[in-house]
Design a protein. Structure first.
Length: 146
């Protein structure tokens, strides 16, 4: 799997646990450290851990286990996938480290929150017009769910 695909998938997995402000930073032209950083925020220490675990478990199931996990703080967790590094910050800690400014030369892409749950969208019924033979008027009914 290409590093750009891995970075996007990591961002999608983070969004499944309601990560905030998910960005993918392209470092390929500015640093040999990694190809991409995926950076996101969480509202609580519990959520920081939940996001990291969801990404770690999801990537492992897809055949891309984390090479290293850094958990010295409950406010910042790092998962290293060699070419892609995930940084999960508590919302109060992220501004202090400000990786987006530190790596200001990187191309930064914000991952849309609409990706959240996109793999599990429910089908909704759409309205269908049905003609009533006796009167000739049109009524709107919903299709039955399969």
């Amino acid at each position: 799997m290409r590093s750009s695909t891995i970075a996007k998938r990591i961002g999608e997995l983070a969004l499944t646990k309601k990560a905030n402000d998910v960005v993918i930073m392209d470092l390929r032209k500015i640093s040999p450290v990694a190809d991409y950083f995926v950076v996101c925020s969480a509202d609580s220490e519990v959520q920081v851990k939940a996001i990291a675990e969801a990404v770690e478990d999801g990537m492992k199931k897809e055949g891309n286990p984390a090479w290293h996990r850094e958990t010295t703080s409950s406010h910042w967790m790092i998962l290293d996938f060699v070419d892609v590094v995930l940084h999960v910050f508590h919302k109060q800690t992220r501004p202090f480290y400000n990786l987006e400014k530190l790596w200001g030369d990187a191309k930064i892409k914000k991952l849309a929150e609409s990706v959240r749950g996109s793999r599990a969208k429910k089908k909704t019924a759409s309205p269908v017009k049905v003609r009533k033979k006796s009167v000739g008027s049109t009524k709107t009914r919903r299709k039955a769910m399969p």
